[in-house]
Design a protein around this ligand. Structure first.
Ligand code: 6PG
Length: 476
């Protein structure tokens, strides 16, 4: 194909015209950028062509060489293809047609170690690479996601105007920022998803208490969650939860939520987050509980069998409904703050370990809009880091710490409800235990050290003098 007229070359290209890719192409085109789209399958090309408007400067092709020739230099290409080998395959297919200084942006949910490998591989070839988390689903991609890029700073400058235009906007600021070198962006997206799992688990436990405990109908649950979304719990996940309880099943005419099988699936980003928390020794209790509750939910047959074998208390919760609902709302708010604190502690440790130089205020700022965990709370979290950029733990912030302390009685009472009624609440319970463990100047770890030394001579330290000690424990 002969070289194209420079004036007609596209500002940016995107490979992978699936739901996310085609919507992000339309979003960028909405903001006046000329976009080239590539997909191997003709039907994806046709679907995008049917969606685009006359004013959109969008070109499409099924030919990867022609695609590269459509792009102005240095080229910028976004990949929105499934994480894993498909990303490497697409990169390999591009290499023959790229030149030094061209930029590839992987916007899938790639594991951060894959991103580190790709950064090195492409930099060795004179190419630039960004690993960019994109959050907000189909609607976010179309109308404004939160974007979390990391990797080549020069590469980011090439696409900054486009990303800032396409990202969600909050108070006039785009929900995108260069986060740091290497896999910084994909790591932040991974932790975003870990927090997402945690908050979704907390909301499900509140739902369980109101559903099985108080016997509330979906219509009543909609009213409560819609009301909660007007105050301190204001967030995307609370908003969609309220909507979900209004949805009628078109096959039975019943509330759809009651027709959905109670086995949670997961693509793995929450598991990655918890694996990293273990690797970096960050006690992300609630993030771990959320992943494992998805695992527990996955075997409904075993749970039905256990329910016959292992009898427990009746889940009916007696009491003044309005008072109990206030306690649940308060407990949920405190537990959400504690869950964000766990995720941000992991980011802080990872930033040191992997030299990301993350700025937590920047992370909170770009999470305020577009992403799944967007919440009014993030404005307060951002303020916390603006006031103290080196905040050791989010709960040490005066405002948020006081909020959790003020609401701990409600969190304790709601956890008591769960324990008393036999309703599983590992999210709320671990949030409370995280708070109690964090604020304990003394923990019973001395006994664990004594046990380790007793059975394995693993030694211990003393409170009254420095050194490493071992005792020949008297066998009684
Ligand atoms: C987002 C979401 C998204 C996530 C899917 C599936 O930020 O838009 O986090 O990236 O991958 O919602 O997530 P799970 O299957 O892991 O629940």
């Amino acid at each position: 194909m002969a070289g194209r007229d420079k004036k007609k070359q596209c500002d940016i290209g995107l490979i992978g015209l699936g739901v996310m890719g085609s919507n992000f192409v339309l979003n960028m085109a909405d903001h006046g950028f000329s976009v080239a789209g590539y997909n191997r399958k003709e039907d994806k090309i046709r679907q995008l062509s049917e969606l685009k408007s006359a004013h959109h400067k969008i070109e499409t092709t099924q030919d990867i060489h022609a695609f590269c020739q459509m792009l102005r230099k240095p080229r910028a290409i976004i990949l929105l293809v499934p994480a894993g080998p498909p990303v490497d395959a697409v990169i390999e297919s591009l290499l023959p047609y790229l030149e030094a200084g061209d930029l590839i942006i992987d916007s899938g949910n790639s594991h951060f170690t894959d991103t580190d490998r790709r950064v090195q591989f492409l930099e060795d070839k004179g190419l630039r690479f960004l690993g960019m988390g994109i959050s907000g689903g189909e609607s976010g991609a179309r109308h404004g996601p939160s974007l979390m890029p990391g990797g080549s700073a020069q590469g980011y400058e090439r696409v900054k105007p486009i990303l800032e235009a396409a990202a969600a906007q909050v108070s006039g600021a785009p929900c995108v920022a260069y986060l740091g070198p290497g896999s910084a962006g994909h790591y932040v997206k991974m932790v975003h998803n870990g927090i997402e799992y945690g908050v979704m688990q907390l909301i499900s436990e509140a739902y369980d208490l109101m559903h099985r405990g108080l016997g509330m109908s979906p219509a009543e649950l909609h009213t409560v969650f819609a009301r909660w979304n007007q105050a301190e719990l204001n967030s995307y996940l609370i908003e969609i939860t309220a909507d979900i309880f209004l949805q009628t099943d078109d096959q039975t005419g019943k509330p759809l939520v009651d027709q959905i099988l109670d086995e949670a699936k997961q693509k793995g980003t929450g598991e990655w987050t918890v694996g990293e928390a273990l690797n970096l020794q960050i006690p992300a209790f609630t993030l771990g509980a959320a992943v494992m509750m998805r695992d527990m939910s996955a075997d409904k047959h075993q749970r039905e069998k256990a329910g016959q074998l292992l009898k427990g208390p009746s889940p009916q919760l007696e009491g003044k409904r309005d008072e109990i609902l206030h306690q649940i709302k308060s407990a949920l708010h405190a537990a959400m703050i504690i869950t964000y604190a766990q995720g941000l502690s992991l980011l802080d440790k990872a930033s040191d370990r992997y030299h990301y130089h993350l700025n937590p205020e920047t992370v909170a700022r770009i999470w305020r809009g577009g992403c799944i965990i967007r919440a009014a709370l993030l404005e307060e979290i951002r303020s916390a880091y603006l006031s103290n950029p080196t905040l050791e733990n989010l709960l040490f912030d005066g405002h948020l710490g006081r909020a959790v302390v003020a609401q701990q009685a409600d969190l304790r009472e709601v956890v008591r409800f769960g324990a008393t009624l036999g309703l599983p609440m590992p999210g709320l319970m671990t949030a409370l235990s995280y708070l109690d463990a964090l604020r304990s100047g003394w923990l019973p770890a001395n006994l664990i050290m004594a046990q380790r030394d007793y059975f394995g001579a693993h030694t211990y330290e003393r409170v009254d003098k420095k050194g490493i000690f071992h005792t020949q424990w008297a066998k009684r």
